[in-house]
Design a protein around this ligand. Structure first.
Ligand code: NI
Length: 143
């Protein structure tokens, strides 16, 4: 576990082809960034977080499932998986979307590979209409 650090901001300059810079500025406008620095910071963090997930570091994530609760045994299978991987699960929120559909959000924390294993097992369950894993991390201890 890393500790929160308020690092000093350092400046550096970047050389970029004009055409690439134009595209980047368009990207910045489309995404509502107020300046290039903030956009570059986010892109770097995203890349480094992806790397953490590939290296089995300690990560946090959210597994989102949309499913029809009438699907035979689906709810039981989800619960079974959640109990099997209980050490990874921080919390679960269930929303009844309409007469048929449920949204279940599971917040997970642990080693990246095990978290991905759990997410995959949940997403491929028969009756899950949409499932995904949002991967994040505190960004500490990036190597
Ligand atoms: Ni429901």
């Amino acid at each position: 576990m890393g500790i929160y650090r308020q690092d000093m901001l350092k400046r550096f300059s970047v050389s970029l082809e004009e055409h690439l810079l134009e595209q980047f500025d368009e990207y910045i406008t489309q995404h509502g960034y107020s300046n290039r620095s903030e956009a570059i910071r986010d892109l770097i963090r995203e890349k480094l977080i992806n790397k953490q997930w590939q290296q089995d570091s300690e990560v946090v994530g959210v597994v989102t499932l949309v499913y029809d609760h009438h699907q035979a045994q689906l709810q039981e299978r989800i619960t079974e998986l959640q109990h099997h991987y209980y050490q990874l699960i921080t919390s679960t929120t269930h929303v009844h979307m309409d007469h048929h559909n449920c949204l279940e959000v599971t917040i997970v924390k642990g080693n990246a590979f095990t978290v991905q294993e759990l997410a995959e097992k949940m997403i491929v369950l028969r009756g899950v209409k949409n499932g995904n894993l949002t991967m994040s991390s505190t960004g500490d201890d990036l190597h």
